[in-house]
Design a protein around this ligand. Sequence first.
Ligand code: AP5
Length: 216
Amino acid sequence: MKNIILLGPPGAGKGTQAKRLEEARGMVQLSTGDMLKEAIAKGTDLGRRVEGIMARGELVTDEIVIGLIEARMSDGARGGFIFDGFPRTLKQADALGELLSRTGQSLDAVIEMQVDDAALVARVTGRFTCGNCGAVYHDVTHPTRVAGVCDACGSTNMKRRADDNEETLKTRLMEYYKKTSPLIGYYHAKGQLSAVDGLADVEVVADAIAKVLDKG
Ligand code: AP5
């Protein structure tokens, strides 16, 4: 069993690779972004509290996301957890360390997905997902085989995100560089960081991640 973090800016490909790892290795993706979007879609109190913050591209509070992760971790994961979009601040990283040690688990790898900003604009503005199963597509690099129909589950319920526009991406990137990128040094210092080229083809990125996972 391996517990890993996928670390990278918005659009780096974290969700795409997390879904592949779930299928290939029986790991469980814990995406705080997806949990928050689900709360918004359901119209819960939490959803109402975070909707505006997320639409502006800012981070929600540490307490909210730490609580979400703690609740989901209690379900366990035989194949290990993939933390996708969490932690995003040093406080969240410390909280994750405490949660893992309290439950007798370890963090086996932190994989930094390196992508330059110019590529991220094209990635997020072309992204759409299946509203039924969560499969991730792109207008140019990964369209569905039949227009408007999900390859994975056949649903025609395709969605685009409110924060996937050039203007909001600027704020999301600023938040990443200010609050999340310090985690690169944090995990490097702990000897847990590995970097992969996130600009490569999806398959090549997947192979690079597999190499990191199979190393230790
Ligand atoms: P979240 O949902 O986590 O968004 P994000 O980090 O901005 O990441 P994305 O989902 O945009 O990108 P991704 O790296 O998963 O890329 P993907 O695989 O989809 O967070 C949303 C918001 O929630 C935040 O702004 C914040 O407000 C809040 N939030 C969430 N977690 C939080 C936390 N811990 N603390 C505080 N606030 C939090 O790929 C993108 C596109 O590129 C797709 O179209 C895909 O097909 C394509 N693609 C992927 N890989 C490749 C490749 N190798 N080559 C070509 N195209 C590719």
